[in-house]
Every structure is written in C-alpha cells, then in structure tokens.
Design a protein around this ligand. Structure first.
Ligand code: TYM
Length: 339
C-alpha cells in the first residue's frame, strides 16, 4: 500500500480521566502543537468513550472533558488550524469500533500489555470495554484515514494493532481502503517517569500527588515538586551514556531537554558535572517558565465552559464531515444494506 493515496493526516487523543500530567504534555500535547502546520491536517480528540472503560462519575467526566480541551487550547492547539472535538459527539467512532471488534482477534487483544497492567489480577472484574478498547482506538484513527499518530511510548502497541486491523480489513474485503498508520514516537519525552520512582511511568492516578506534575499546578507547586524529586547522590554525568542505569537522573534530564527543545546530549554538554543542588533549581525555573502560563490559561478557559463546549461542538461538525463518508464506505464494503 502506498501512503501517497492518503492525505497526510494526524490523529491523536487523550482520555478525560483524572487530570492532565506533564507526561501528557511533553509526550503528547506539546508534540501535537508542533505538528500543526502545512505538512499535515491535524485532528485532536478528547476520547470520552475511552474514559468510561473504567468507572467515571458523570459530573467529573464532563468536567474532565472540558479540562482536557482547555489543556489542548492553552498549550497551543488552535481550532482554526486543527479539528478539536470530543469523541462521543461523533457517533461514527462507536460504529466503526463495532466493525473492528469483528475484525480484531481475541488473541490479539490478549497480547495487549496495557490491559494486563490495568486489569492486574482482576481481569474478570474489568469491563468488556476495557478489553475491547484498542479496537475503538483503531476506529478513532482509521475513521479519518490518519497516516500519522503521535503518541507516547505506552501507546505504541495499540497503534501497531491498528495497523493489523487495517491490514486484515483490507485483506478480508479485498480492498485498499484503510491506511497503515505510522506511530510517531519521537523526542526526549515519550516516556516521562514518576518523580518519586524513575522506574514507573508518570500517570494521572498514583498514590501521591508529589509523583507527578499536573498541568493545572501553579508555579510554587511545580517548583516544589521538581526540587523534591527523587535522585541518586551522584552529580550529572559528563556524557549522556553515564545516565544509563540512573532512571531518576535520566528522567530529569529528559524533562529538561523536552521543555527547552534541546537533546539530552546538549543538556549534558551544558550541565554535565553539576550537582542536583544546582541542576534542580534550574529545572524548576525552566518548568515554571514553560508550564505556569499554560496552567494560568487553562484556569481562564475553564471559567467559561460554554465557550469550550462551543469549540468542541464546532470541531465535532468538522470531524463528522470527514468521518461520515468513511463510515458509509465501510458499511458498503462490509455489505450492510442501506437505502
Ligand atoms: P492517555 O489518555 O493515557 O494519554 C494521552 C497521551 O499522553 C501520552 N502519555 C505520556 N507520554 C509520555 N510520558 C508519560 N508519562 C505519558 N503518559 C501519557 C500517551 O502516550 C498518549 O499519547 N489510548 C490513548 C488515547 C487514545 C488515542 C486514540 C491516542 C484513544 N484513541 C487514538 C491516539 C490515537 C490513551 O489512553 O492515552
């Protein structure tokens, strides 16, 4: 299959479950902003249908949906340049998701590490939706014939599954209809780690708020969390290879690099040999400089929920204009009788 057949189009999504973290910002949103421009059509989504694969209080869910939208907007997603909407307003996602449930194989789902991690020993008690989640994610992407999907490292397997679903659909129905989407996982912050344990991913849910930076944290909180971040005792190495086996040090250097648009090599070239007493305050100042304006803008946007709802509604209309013909064609290919 040649990619030239498909318009270069980016799709990505974020779940409105809990708040946004620095991981979501550096691993996703900041990179989404960077892809806006002439090279791609960009479509960004608040994936509320994915959020309810685990229990969400309805009032909290609506609020979290607006907060993710505010995060996108505050960080620089421009509704004039990108399609920005929430998933449930475009019913085609759920419909294509069903068709893909009938394409994906149980064996493929059984290999999904994120389900295993989330379900733990309690797989039997999880929702069927949590298990089927990756085929809805494939539908999100393929409904727009997206060619590129920027995500953090943890979503790589799901984008690969999306390619498997597209290939099987094309093969079974003898068509060349869905693209084989490329996952875009680049830059120094595709896996931002927990500030208290550099071997664990920074996530929305976690025992202590000190483990993560929330996109809504104010300047003092950001600064305090980074200054108290766990490290080992040694200073920064003189060469980037010296970060190997030092997960906390690696993480703070990666965060510094991502926030300042530098490579980790360049950060080490500048700060190698520095002790944490020097480097952490520099990192804290940098993070405050970059993140505090975003959290301030999020608070301003959240004060006017009607405006956020309006933006998401308009985005949904634009999304539907792309999605509806793709779903219609899919139904035709599959053999659904329609008038
Ligand atoms: P979600 O909501 O868990 O995370 C949204 C995005 O943030 C990235 N991310 C991170 N990146 C680096 N370091 C971290 N600590 C970190 N934590 C989160 C994720 O990799 C992701 O890119 N299944 C998806 C949502 C989704 C989706 C899609 C994504 C649904 N449909 C279609 C792309 C395309 C998820 O749960 O992401």
């Amino acid at each position: 299959m040649t990619e030239a057949k498909f318009t270069p189009r980016v799709f990505s999504g974020i779940k409105p479950s809990g708040g946004l973290t620095l991981g979501n910002y550096l691993g996703a949103i900041k990179r989404f902003v960077g892809m806006q421009g002439p090279a791609f059509e960009t479509i960004y989504c608040v994936v509320d249908l994915h959020a309810i694969t685990v229990w969400q209080d309805p009032v909290d869910l609506r609020n979290a949906t607006r907060e993710v939208a505010a995060g996108y907007l505050a960080a620089g997603i421009d509704p004039a340049k990108s399609v920005l909407f929430n998933q449930s307003q475009v019913h085609e996602h759920a419909e294509l998701g069903w068709i893909f449930n009938c394409v994906a194989r149980v064996g493929w789902m059984n290999r999904m590490t994120q389900f295993k991690e989330k379900a733990g020993a309690n797989a039997e008690k999880q929702s069927l939706g949590l298990y089927a989640y990756p085929s809805l994610m494939a539908a999100d992407i393929l409904l727009y014939h997206a060619t590129h999907v920027p995500v953090g490292e943890d979503q790589k397997q799901h984008v690969e599954l999306t390619r498997d679903i597209a290939a099987k659909f094309n093969h079974d129905y003898k068509v060349d209809f869905f693209p084989l989407t490329t996952p875009v996982i680049d830059g120094p912050a595709t896996r931002v780690m927990n500030l208290r344990d550099g071997t664990k991913k920074m996530s929305k849910s976690g025992e202590s708020d000190m483990e993560r930076i929330n996109m809504t944290d104010d300047a003092d909180t950001i600064s305090k969390k980074l200054k108290k971040a766990r490290t080992d005792a040694a200073p920064l190495p003189e060469k980037v290879e010296g970060l190997e086996g030092r997960p906390e040090a690696q993480n703070l250097v990666d965060i510094f690099a991502a926030l300042s648009d530098m490579t980790p090599e360049a950060v080490i070239a500048e700060h190698g040999g520095a002790g944490w007493g020097t480097f952490k305050p520099l990192l804290a100042d940098l993070a405050v400089e970059k993140l505090a304006p975003i959290s301030g803008e999020m608070a301003r946007l959240m004060a006017d929920p009607a405006e956020i709802d309006r933006i998401l509604g308009q985005g949904a209309e634009k999304a539907r204009a792309i999605a509806a013909p793709v779903l219609k064609r899919t139904y035709d290919i599959v053999g659904m009788l329609r008038n």
